[in-house]
Unconditional design. Structure first.
Length: 229
């Protein structure tokens, strides 16, 4: 199949194209420049693969959690492209996409994004036998000090939450730390890989039903909260 994936939920802006058995991608750390980068990236990938937009079978998008503006942008672009091309949308957890940045072995994976305002977005996974992911708990937004993890012997940790809250997160790991990469972000190539599985399982949706996941409603601290910080 031909599937275009977008991931803009964090500082990383990325687009990927699955064309048959091949995956090609573009990614750039570009805060506040996602809107200007996504469509040129998509056009460059299509040109490299020798495809027109109407050859696409679906659009995939990282649905969050992540930065509110970035998540909204990704969903809006995916909806607009899918509507114009009359193809479905596949939404993928940005935390699940981030988890695929971890090494490929049997250890559990904690995907953790710095959510600002003293909080993190977090979820844990284990790789399954087919190269996909098995969730070990639910996605949530919480204080790093409130994180609770399932009992696992070994952990990989990926994401910006580790860079910001390493000390607190270390205390909550229920087993040994096998690796930690705080400079990792959700990437469109992993959104694409997970989306192909979702599409094959019949979990694509009409563009208007592709919804973001924010996990929290507040976008800024209130004046009272800022005064207490």
């Amino acid at each position: 199949m031909n599937l275009l994936a977008i991931e803009t939920s964090t500082e990383a802006c990325s687009v990927a194209l699955i064309h048959g058995d091949e995956v090609i991608a573009r990614s750039e750390i570009a805060p506040r420049r996602h809107a200007e980068l996504v469509l040129p990236m998509a056009d460059n990938l299509l040109a490299e693969a020798g495809l027109g937009r109407h050859a696409l079978d679906a659009i995939a998008v990282g649905r969050g959690p992540g930065a509110f503006t970035g998540v909204r942008l990704g969903i809006s672009l995916a909806q607009g492209m899918a509507l114009a091309l009359d193809v479905p949308v596949v939404t993928v957890s940005s935390l699940a996409a981030l988890a695929l940045e971890a090494p490929e072995d049997e250890a559990a994976i904690l995907a953790v994004i710095d959510a600002r305002m003293g909080e993190i977005y977090a979820a844990s996974y284990r790789r399954d036998d087919n190269g996909g992911l098995m969730p070990l708990d639910d996605e949530r937004v919480c204080l790093p000090t409130s994180l609770r993890l399932p009992q696992e012997a070994q952990w990989h940790v990926v994401g910006t939450g580790w860079s910001t809250y390493e000390e607190e997160l270390r205390r909550h790991l229920t087993g040994g730390l096998r690796s930690a990469e705080g400079g990792r972000y959700p990437q469109a190539r992993h959104v694409a890989e997970l989306a192909v599985r979702e599409f094959a399982a019949g979990r694509a949706t009409a563009p208007e039903h592709a919804l973001p996941v924010y996990l929290r409603d507040k976008v800024a601290l209130t004046l009272v909260e800022q005064g207490k910080a």
